[in-house]
Write a new protein. Structure first.
Length: 147
């Protein structure tokens, strides 16, 4: 079973409600093999919602720092939504473990889903999302999908 960021499969889960085009290779995956989830929606956040960013984190380990309480996720208005991000990531982890997920394809540049440990993405954004950090800590493979 493969975990995929829900927005990569055309679900309207993004903060701005915009629907992304589905990469052809993802569209061809057998639906029975794919678990499509959005941690921010599972954490109780709405669509649309204010964009959020991780603050006070060490570059490259932003998600881990949020999980450890060393950093926070703030909306552009300054509202602390760290608890929702962590709860959503934990909800995804529980479902992924129950489904036997070993690999996740997650969207780039997201405070939940980003995974760019070598800093190769030329576009701005965190290197590690909160969900990514949680999945990696449980030994899952995470592959970033740039869109
Ligand atoms: S990038 Fe992750 S958190 Fe953001 S909309 Fe997609 S699945 Fe949800």
């Amino acid at each position: 079973m493969i975990l995929v960021s829900a927005c990569l499969l055309g679900q309207a889960t993004r903060y701005d409600g915009r629907v992304l085009a589905v990469p052809s290779w993802l569209a061809q995956l057998p639906s029975n093999d794919v678990l499509a989830l959005c941690p921010e929606v599972l954490g109780g956040l709405t669509v649309p919602r204010p964009p959020a960013r991780i603050v006070d984190a060490n570059p490259g380990r932003e998600g881990l720092d949020v999980l450890a309480g060393r950093a926070r996720v703030l909306t552009m208005e300054g509202l602390d939504v760290s608890a929702a991000f962590i709860a959503g990531a934990q909800a995804v982890l529980e479902r992924a473990l129950a489904a036997g997920v070993t690999r996740a394809y997650l969207k780039d540049r997201s405070p939940s889903c980003a995974h760019d440990p070598l800093g190769r993405n030329p576009r701005p954004g965190p290197a590690q999302g909160v969900l990514t950090a949680l999945l990696l800590a449980r030994g899952m493979e995470v592959v970033e999908v740039r869109v």
